[in-house]
Ligand binder design. Structure first.
Ligand code: C5P
Length: 242
């Protein structure tokens, strides 16, 4: 399967997002709406975008009790989002409920398609020592210690659970997860063209490295949105992953 390009709409006003989408109009990209933009627009705006045929990844990283996450996922599906994210730390019961509610909503005709649910394992903003300190109590109980241990554990959960179709992976993790689980949809942020500014990304991959490592999609924000010619830049990213 070809690697897809996700463009992050990291804005706090809808006008800026609309300007970028206008510039990229007609290119085969998926738009990522995160918490910042989500809290700056209304539901109808998102619905109008998906109704116009644009593909939307709603990156709200749900993590709550099973009932709340399941209801929120149904709501998000009604907006036409093609991808949603949940924290795998929410556990199996949260995922069970999510699966059941989405199935029920499909059968009842409340939603017309099920979005792909991507699991978030360990946020890449964590430093190893910070993580170990955070989970030290849990580690005593489960033996899970390093970030890699935890990612492995969550990759097993993502693979084994029917509610989950993929994961968000850092460039560091993608190759190992892809090797173990060929069928998961892996979305990879932290992607940069050779020689371009890293911004605050610590570890990056080029688009072609990500593709070779098994990325199903790469997520790119500032290199496109802050470029003088966003369309040309998006086309360059698309070329490298085609
Ligand atoms: O501007 P940049 O290309 O760094 O943006 C990448 C996008 O991917 C941002 O929306 C960022 O929040 C998101 N992201 C990330 N690293 C992760 C998960 C998500 O950069 N581990």
């Amino acid at each position: 399967m070809a690697t897809e390009l996700v463009v992050a709409l990291d804005y706090s006003d809808r006008k800026s997002a609309e300007i970028l989408m206008d510039e990229l109009h007609g290119l085969p990209v998926i738009y990522k709406i995160g918490l910042e933009l989500f809290l700056s627009v209304d539901a109808q705006w998102i619905q109008a975008i998906t109704a116009s045929g644009e593909r939307v990844f709603l990156d709200l990283k749900f993590h709550d009790i099973p009932n709340t996450v399941a209801q929120a996922a149904v709501k998000a599906s009604k907006l036409g989002a093609e991808f949603l994210t949940v924290h795998l730390a929410g556990g199996k019961r949260m995922l069970d409920e999510l699966d059941i509610r989405l199935q029920e909503a499909m059968i009842a005709g409340e939603i017309t398609r099920r979005p792909k649910i991507l699991g978030v394992s360990v946020l890449t903003s964590f430093l190893e020592e910070e993580w170990v300190a955070n989970v030290s109590r849990m580690a005593k109980l489960t033996g899970v210690r390093t970030i890699q241990d935890t990612v492995n554990h969550f990759a097993d959960l993502a693979h084994s659970h029917p509610a989950i179709q993929g994961m968000v992976c850092s460039p560091k993790e993608v190759e190992a997860v892809r090797f173990k689980y060929p069928e998961l949809y892996l979305m990879i942020p932290g992607v940069r063209m050779e020689g371009s500014a890293l911004n605050d990304q610590a570890r990056v991959m080029t688009p072609s490295q990500a593709m070779k490592a098994g990325a199903s999609a790469i997520v790119v924000g500032r290199p496109i949105s802050r470029s003088e010619n966003p369309r040309k830049m998006a086309e360059e990213y698309l070329r490298e992953i085609s």
